[in-house]
Design a protein around this ligand. Structure first.
Ligand code: ZN
Length: 451
């Protein structure tokens, strides 16, 4: 992952496709044939998954063309930007009365790479097998992109009166940090978006991810703070035949053993307490562990001389990297002080490689949040809906420090096994979830836009 500061690209391609189609504000909503919409969405997702947008290189020009063709057919104008060669962003907009700031539906077109040899089915085949659409991106995040797409199209098809603009934005680059996607748009074209709300990935519904045997929909309202660190120990090089007490590998290994042997600290996070109060005792799994603790993953270890490293040489430097994720309320300073204590070796230098913004929690006392809850409960009467914290980073965190209320929700019921398979080799979306997901998303938008 790179997080370089971006120079402004020389040529930003901006093209406006399609003329504004005639809209008749105030016309009574036309009922949709939802079975047909679901069918259409399934085919669209299959085709969308078939376009390989593995990142790297993360070229999204073909997916941008694909989505643009759909909008053009529906008479919706599309603006196109290119943050770097092949990094295409599209923005489609339904114009509203302007009484409020926009709602932004944001989704990423890039996917993480797939090792074809390990998949039971072609990761870019988009096959419908046993009721599930298989392929890289079927869940993360082309599936949710298609739910947003059809909810957006239905607002137009049904002539829903809009008290504000609704924007659909598909971006590249999310899987490597978003610098050339959402963050690039925020840096260079914020005025064109300026949303009150962002709907993005993050939470989802599940019967076994949050609490055993209960259908819980978690709407993400906050993310943990990312803090990526490099530990560096300097010692004295020497011959492997003559061990001495200045071997940096020894020092690093001992310090890391102290670090990982102590349990990671938990904390009182209001959002997590709310989830517990609503859902009862939480499951024991890595997701729940990650939202109830600040965590550290030891991700790389490096020590040795030469390539390949020599077995008989004691190096003079050893390094490790840590991916730390901090609960809301834990400051960087407090975390680093505690890390020094855990490592127990003042000679270890800690360098910050990357840090994200401090956690900001979006308010749940808003019309859109309440409309999401009501829509989920309408289609899933047994659902417990709760705000949640998510352990991973998404693009929506880039908006929260600007006061934007960002909610992350894949309005589908996903088994924990599928949630955990997202970057793995069995990513698939139960096809029936698409139709219900579109209806939840559509209802929540319609009810908010009719304020
Ligand atoms: Zn994603």
């Amino acid at each position: 992952m790179t997080f370089k500061t971006l120079a402004r690209p020389a040529g930003v391609a901006l093209a406006v496709f399609a003329a504004l189609a005639l809209r008749v504000p105030g016309l009574d909503a036309q009922a949709a044939d939802w079975a047909q919409v679901s069918d259409e969405a399934i085919h669209t997702l299959q085709d969308y998954v078939r376009i390989d947008t593995s990142n790297p290189p993360g070229n999204t020009s073909k997916t941008a063309d694909f989505l643009t063709a759909i909008f053009t057919r529906e008479g919706i104008p599309v603006e196109r930007y290119e943050s770097a060669p092949g990094k295409v962003i599209i923005v489609a907009r339904l114009k509203g009365s302007g009484a409020h700031k926009a709602i932004l539906l944001e989704n990423h077109m890039d996917v993480v790479p797939a090792d074809k040899s390990r998949w039971p089915h072609d990761p870019f085949g988009g096959e419908l097998i046993d009721g599930a659409i298989w392929g890289r991106g079927s869940v993360d995040m082309k599936g949710l992109g298609v739910i947003q797409l059809y909810a957006f199209l239905e607002l137009k098809r049904q002539h829903v009166p809009l008290d504000r603009d609704v924007i659909f934005m598909a971006v590249p680059d999310e899987e490597v940090g978003g610098e050339l996607g959402a963050r690039w748009m925020i840096e260079h074209h914020y005025a064109e978006l300026d949303p009150e709300y962002v709907l993005d990935e993050g939470g989802m519904g599940s019967r076994d991810l949050f609490a055993k045997g209960k259908l819980v929909f978690g709407i993400s309202v906050a993310e943990k703070k990312m803090l990526w660190l490099r530990l560096r120990v300097e010692g004295v090089a020497g011959h492997g035949s003559e061990p001495h007490n200045q071997n940096p590998n020894d020092k690093l290994v001992k310090a890391l053993a102290r670090l990982v042997s102590e349990p990671m600290p938990s904390g009182d996070v209001a959002v997590v307490k709310t989830l517990e109060a609503k859902a009862g005792p939480l499951e024991t799994n890595k997701f729940i562990n990650a939202i109830t603790h600040s965590t550290t993953s030891l991700t790389t270890l490096r020590g040795g001389v030469g390539e390949p490293p020599k077995v008989n040489v004691i190096p003079s430097v050893a390094e490790a990297t840590l991916d730390c994720r901090l609960l809301p309320g834990v400051t960087k300073e407090a975390w680093l002080a505690d890390l020094h204590r855990r490592l127990g070796d003042p000679s270890i230098k800690i360098e910050i490689i990357y840090e994200s913004d401090d956690s900001v929690v979006s308010s749940q006392d808003t019309p859109l949040y309440k409309a999401l809850v009501a829509a989920i409960e309408r289609y899933h009467p047994d659902a417990i809906v709760s705000p949640i914290l998510i352990p991973y980073g998404t693009d929506s965190n880039a908006y929260r420090p600007k006061g934007v209320k960002s909610y992350g929700i894949f309005p589908a019921v996903l088994p924990a096994e599928i949630v955990f398979s997202m970057h793995g080799d069995a990513e698939r979306l139960p096809a029936a979830e698409l139709g219900t997901g579109i209806r939840i998303m559509f209802d929540a938008l319609r009810d908010t836009l009719r304020e």
